[in-house]
Design a protein around this ligand. Structure first.
Ligand SMILES: [Zn+2]
Ligand SMILES: [Zn+2]
Length: 271
């Protein structure tokens, strides 16, 4: 069913202002070619402890995307967004038209470990920070996810990102993992935050399922959670990746609606 329509908004995208490959303009041009109607850029909020990964010049980023928003008005709705890490608040929170709240790090004993970077970092987090205890790390990770929801962000980013680097070190079917994951999922669903079905791990890490994985998505459907689809795009060659697949997956799972951003707000689109 490759003819299934893609969702036409895309709010989770990166540029050379953080760890993406292209300029904002190049990403916007690619979005326009794909047929996206509402396109947001979401630079990583500035993390002083991880400068290579996060926004390099937040003020210039905001100014440039605002100028592009004006330049493309009438052809494509462009939005100034940010992907806020829990441990790295943005310097100009009021400048953004929407926020994605994400957990990329876990802090333990005053050390911040990336769980999104190289696998060595995840291993160090587990072994050094959590004494090799996968249950303690899983619990800490999902506590951060709950804290992301509490920030009041519009979108909850890559719900179970921890699975990206932890295969073979965390048993994702064990109660010690499933229970805190479900606690966080219930909390998120009840809050009304829009939870993204994120294809970044499928595209970049070879995962066979988006974030959240299928069992969690099935539970999210049961809970009545609000969902959208995100590419988490870092390369214009893959603009729109997952927007069609994600919409179809949600339909297959029995979701009745998907949230699509249109003219600056989420609308519920029937599937
Ligand atoms: Zn992220
Ligand atoms: Zn991202």
């Amino acid at each position: 069913m490759s003819d299934f329509r893609p969702i036409l908004s895309s709010l989770h995208n990166h540029t050379t202002y953080c760890d993406g490959k292209q300029s904002p303009k190049e990403m916007i041009e690619a979005a326009l070619s794909f047929g996206i109607t509402d396109f947001g850029l979401s630079a990583h909020s500035r993390a002083p402890f991880d400068p290579a990964y996060s926004v390099k010049d937040e003020r210039a980023y905001i100014q440039e995307v605002r100028a592009l928003k004006a330049a493309y008005a009438g052809r494509l709705n462009v939005y100034v967004g940010t992907e806020v890490d829990l441990l790295a608040p943005p310097a100009y929170p009021d400048a953004y038209e929407y926020t994605v709240a994400s957990t990329h790090y876990v802090e333990k004993n005053e050390t911040i470990y990336s769980i999104d970077g190289p696998v060595e970092s995840l291993v160090r987090c587990l072994d050094e920070g959590f004494n090799g205890d996968p249950a303690a790390l899983s619990a800490a990770y999902f506590q951060n996810v709950i804290a992301c929801v509490r920030t009041g962000a519009d979108i909850l980013g890559h719900f179970d990102l921890i699975k990206k680097r932890a295969a073979g070190r965390i048993d994702f079917s064990a109660d010690y993992y499933v229970e805190p994951a479900l606690d966080a999922l219930r909390f998120a669903a009840k809050s009304g935050i829009v939870i993204e079905v994120n294809y970044g791990g499928v595209l970049k890490a070879g995962l066979d399922q988006p974030y959240p994985g299928l069992p969690l998505l099935a539970e999210l459907k049961r809970l009545g959670g609000r969902v959208t689809v995100s590419t988490d795009c870092h390369d214009a060659a893959f603009i729109g990746f997952g927007l069609r697949e994600g919409r179809r997956l949600l339909k297959d799972l029995g979701f009745a609606r998907v949230c699509q951003f249109a003219d600056g707000r989420f609308i519920d689109v029937p599937l």
